[in-house]
Design a protein around this ligand. Structure first.
Ligand SMILES: [Zn+2]
Length: 66
């Protein structure tokens, strides 16, 4: 995985996790329903990976997969 840098500080960002109050990982809707998972009806969301800047505490979210 390429190192992610803060766009403001230029320092490397640290992996972190973002969860709901219930401890569930956050996910977003992709709208995709392709392939086997799509046929099973579970292909329309993807999890989010989060990185955090140790300097300014900016958090960026990346959708997993494609
Ligand atoms: Zn920063």
């Amino acid at each position: 995985m390429d190192e992610r840098r803060c766009p403001d500080c230029g320092v490397g960002m640290e992996e972190t996790s973002v969860r709901t109050g219930d401890g569930m990982k956050l996910s977003i809707s992709t709208g995709k329903r392709e392939g086997l998972l799509g046929k099973l009806g579970v292909g329309s969301t993807t999890s989010l990976d989060a990185v955090r800047c140790p300097e300014c505490r900016l958090v960026r979210l990346y959708a997993a997969g494609d």
